[in-house]
Design a protein around this ligand. Structure first.
Ligand SMILES: NC(=O)c1ccc[n+]([C@@H]2O[C@H](COP(=O)([O-])OP(=O)(O)OC[C@H]3O[C@@H](n4cnc5c(N)ncnc54)[C@H](O)[C@@H]3O)[C@@H](O)[C@H]2O)c1
Length: 391
């Protein structure tokens, strides 16, 4: 298949591109390097320095003999994305190209506006480009479980209900998101659903949990084929941060009481879920939402798992509770509906002590590059939050 990976320089986009290329698909990556610009603006870096996308694409060719096409450009430039679709004629479009940080979107008016403009208008430009140049293409869009938000109701894989008459209506399941970033994802979903209903496009929205891990068979082929691994307060996700804090011998910082359950999945399973979605496309006019996660943990459980694994490896770390910089209920039941996409065939890679140890070992190899100054949250959802240590 001809597969277009938007956001191909990113944490998920690059290993996805290598995966499909290794399967023999014709792959093109697109990126505007806006994530690297945000990193530069705030002095944050992934744990390992990451080769440029041009270098990684050239190296991939050298190591595997396979070509990944590369276009540098911005989804906000509609002429650019029209041209890419016209020339490449993708059969599947994997859309990762958004600003992915909830804290960043909550920092200032400017970053909230940037996030929503980049994500919503970028996706809207893409939808118009698909309509014009490849209306049969299957759009696979990365959403998040955070769209479901704070409601203590079943997190259904929404957008379709069956009426007694037998007719199926496309409506959104009730949502209550927790940041301007999550709101951008919901706005996207409405726009995509609308274009499926009105223009006959076909799309899958993957409501994804928090991803952890940084290695795949392909990133291991060469150190410069690695994908980015963030542990800072802007882009770092919770497991990644705990692992790096443990290696640095710093307390594992839990926000609030840490009793809120969250959904997680391994990087390898993100790629597999996307592959399953691509192999099983919706019919024209259909908008599907799949929940995409494999496990649910509270943050306390995660901290305990990392502390235990670190202890077995001779590292003693404490767990410290900070006042929650986010505005979210402390405890929620997590009545998540199991991911339907799993039924298509997935053997999940679950978070085991062995896997945590493996990740700790890897991080220990890059310990000299750890910057403990980016461990603590700078961005508060509420201005009156004092960010104090609770115990
Ligand atoms: N990483 C996770 O745990 C996670 C969880 C849930 C959902 N997601 C979603 O998955 C997608 C990918 O996440 P990620 O962690 O790989 O993020 P990432 O920031 O590493 O990758 C996104 C890439 O898209 C590029 N990009 C952003 N806006 C663009 C634009 N207008 N034009 C062209 N390129 C643009 C960035 O430069 C970056 O390289 C995002 O939509 C994110 O919201 C990620």
């Amino acid at each position: 298949m001809r597969i277009l990976v938007l956001g191909g320089d990113g944490y998920l986009g690059w290993p996805t591109a290598m995966h499909f290329s290794s399967e023999g698909d014709e792959v093109m990556v697109v990126d505007n390097f806006s994530k690297r610009q945000i990193e530069l603006n705030f002095g944050i870096e992934p744990l390992d320095s990451i080769a440029t996308l041009h270098r990684r694409v050239a190296l991939w060719k050298e190591v595997t003999g396979r070509k990944i096409h590369l276009h540098v450009g911005d989804l906000l430039n509609h002429r650019f994305i029209y041209k890419v679709l016209e020339e490449f004629e993708p059969e599947a479009i994997l859309h990762y190209a958004e600003q992915p940080s909830a804290p960043y979107s909550m920092w200032t008016r400017e970053y909230a506006v940037y996030t929503q403009h980049n994500n919503v208008i970028g996706t809207l430009n893409l939808l118009f480009a698909i309509k014009r140049h490849c209306p049969e293409a299957h759009l696979v869009k990365l959403g998040t479980m955070g769209e479901h938000g704070r409601l203590a109701i079943d997190r259904n894989e929404g957008y379709s209900i069956n009426r007694p008459s037998g007719r199926t209506d496309g409506v959104s399941y009730p949502q209550s998101p927790g940041s301007f970033y999550h709101l951008s994802k919901i706005h996207d979903a409405y726009n995509i659903n609308f274009t499926c209903q009105n223009w006959g496009l076909r799309a899958t929205d993957l409501a994804q949990g928090v991803v952890y891990g940084f290695e795949t068979d392909h990133t291991r082929l060469h150190p410069e084929l690695r994908t980015s691994f963030h542990y800072d307060d802007i882009f770092g996700t919770v497991i990644n941060r705990f692992l790096v804090q443990a290696v640095a011998g710093s307390p594992l910082t839990v926000y609030g009481q840490g009793q809120k359950p969250r959904s997680f999945l391994n990087l390898l399973d993100t790629i597999k879920f996307v592959e399953l979605a691509v192999e099983n496309p919706p019919r024209p006019g259909e908008f599907r939402v799949f929940n995409q996660f494999t496990e649910v943990f509270t943050v306390n459980q995660l901290a305990e798992m990392v502390r235990e694994a670190a202890r077995t490896n001779g590292i003693e770390v404490s767990i410290q509770h900070l006042e929650n910089p986010r505005h979210e209920p402390e405890e929620l039941p997590y009545p998540v509906k199991p991911a339907k996409v799993s039924e298509l065939g997935l053997s999940p890679h679950l978070l085991s002590a062995g896997l945590i140890t493996q990740m700790l070992d890897y991080i220990a190899g890059a310990a000299a590059r750890i910057n403990p100054e980016v461990f603590l949250p700078r961005i508060k959802w509420r201005q009156d939050s004092k960010m104090t240590v609770m115990d």
